[in-house]
Design a binder for this molecule. Structure first.
Ligand SMILES: [Zn+2]
Length: 291
């Protein structure tokens, strides 16, 4: 499928936006069915928006089911969806620069940006640390309260409940991974930097932060040396991306393989808490721990 370049998207969006809805019109807004239209740009943000908003909100994720959030290129329809949203929840920075551009251009009134929670330079994957994800619930609740003040208390309450469940998740992780302190987490996609920092592990990524960038031979050699030095015994890969280079490495180094989910592409029956729990079980199986 060919997608129009960025400038093309803006030009098209301008035409469609004004032609179909009338500029400044808010057809999908809170005024229609009383529900708040929240548009998000990745699954973890969808999870938080839905948990905090409950049945007061309709959440639309710009990433289609099974699609990849890295480098998402918005279609003209996506641009319209963003423009018409009551609230946009986005992570600006390295993950989706093309969405950053649309938001800068269209300037929707109510944008929640999670970027302060992802302060590791180019690494967007802050949601894999439940402690970092919790404050986003409060940010979303505060913005929903501006758009829909009648239900401000309900949003605040739901954000608190989400924070409590994330705290519980953190405690489970901390307890289960305490005997694994210092262990090497070898991952095909370098998505676990926030997680390894929180729980005292050490990440070695085969592919970099962006899984689309091809692995260089130099990097691969470094990974091989590192595995030999640290005695890691499992290479974790993302089920959706397939084994790829991880399989070659596993063969060469005699490593087991196991799935560790970056919680970016999520199937219908999957959810953040379920995948976090499955990830913890995989880490306990695959890391070298002392107890
Ligand atoms: Zn990723």
């Amino acid at each position: 499928m060919t997608r129009p370049g960025r400038l093309g998207v803006f030009a098209l969006a301008g035409c469609l936006g004004c032609g179909l809805t009338g500029c400044g019109g808010d057809q999908a807004g809170a005024a229609d069915d009383g529900r708040v239209d929240v548009v998000v740009s990745s699954y973890p943000l969808e999870y938080v928006a839905a948990e905090v908003g409950g049945d007061r909100v309709d959440v639309t994720n710009l990433v289609p089911a099974g699609g990849d959030s890295h480098g998402l290129e918005p279609t003209p329809r996506d641009v319209m969806t963003l423009t018409e949203a009551d609230v946009v929840v986005h992570l600006s920075g390295a993950l989706q620069p093309a969405i950053d551009d649309v938001l800068a251009q269209q300037e929707p009134e109510h944008v929640v940006d999670a970027t302060a929670l992802a302060d590791h330079g180019e690494d967007p994957h802050f949601w894999l640390d439940p402690v970092r994800l919790a404050p986003l619930g409060t940010q979303v609740a505060d913005e929903l309260a501006v758009v829909d003040p009648d239900h401000a208390d309900r949003y605040a309450e739901r954000a608190e409940r989400l924070a409590a469940s994330l705290q519980e998740m953190d405690e489970e992780y901390a307890t289960a991974l305490a005997p694994c302190r210092g262990a090497t987490l070898l991952a095909s996609h370098e998505a676990f930097g926030y997680l390894t920092e929180r729980y005292g592990l050490r990440q070695v990524g085969v592919a970099g932060l962006d899984p689309h960038v091809e692995v260089s031979p130099t990097r691969l050699r470094r990974v091989v040396d590192d595995v030999r030095d640290t005695g890691a015994r499992t290479i974790f890969f993302e089920a959706a991306a397939g084994l790829g280079v991880a399989e070659t490495l596993a063969d060469e180094l005699g490593l087991a393989t196991d799935v560790l989910h970056p919680i970016e592409r999520v199937a219908d029956e999957e959810s953040y808490p379920g995948l976090m729990t499955a990830n913890l079980a995989a880490l306990r199986r695959g890391l070298v721990c002392t107890g």
